[in-house]
Design a protein around this ligand. Sequence first.
Ligand code: ZN
Ligand code: ZN
Length: 255
Amino acid sequence: MRIKVLGCSGGVGPGLRTTSLLLDDEILIDAGTGVGDLTLAQQQRIRHVLLTHAHLDHVCGLAFMADNLFDLIEAPIGVHASRETLQTLRQHIFNWEIWPDFSRLPDEESPLLRWHELAMEEVIELGERRITPFRVLHTVPANGYVIDGRHGTFAFTGDTYADDVLWTFLNRLPRLDKLMIEIAFPDHEAALGHASKHFTPALLGGELRKLDHRPKLYLTHHKPGTEAQIERECRQALRGYDYVHLKRGDTISLS
Ligand SMILES: [Zn+2]
Ligand SMILES: [Zn+2]
């Protein structure tokens, strides 16, 4: 299994794309602006989309991809998300006003998108892949995903904030080899981080002491323009941890 990072920035700009991960060419985890770099043929290969939450930087690519594929695919694309996230998408985006309801097009029998509600902490199996959603704290209902690879376990938190529920869940995993987690703001914007439920370097460094595992960290979602400062602050806050600042185009191997 292999994850390609299509986008992992907290915003857009030259070379920057918002959150979207491509797992083995046929599963998208979040559908931010990174989806726009896939060719039409690559988009046609997507069979499932797993969403962490309904914020635009994580779902806008789904709207455009659905429109692109309208008359090109034969089987529906499964869109997997929590009940709350699906409800928001259907009510506020795929509502015939902002965008067509592609779960009823071309027809209700064989639509382009098919919604699948996730139960937290219940494994879903997509081919050989075992993926488990888990609840995280953000300003809207949000979840992350654990993916079990043949030789290790990877967890992606999505957008999240300091919350013992996260660490309790991760500590219950038998192993955790790789953890993709966000830092959106530098330390001087901790108040903004608190209001918008995003991590800062010092806060994440403190919270990680609650994690019993010692995974490699993949840091994401830095707001455009703050990257260098966040990197400087992480050298102090995450001293001793094995970590990288993830970039668009990077790959994470899970096998
Ligand atoms: Zn968000
Ligand atoms: Zn986000």
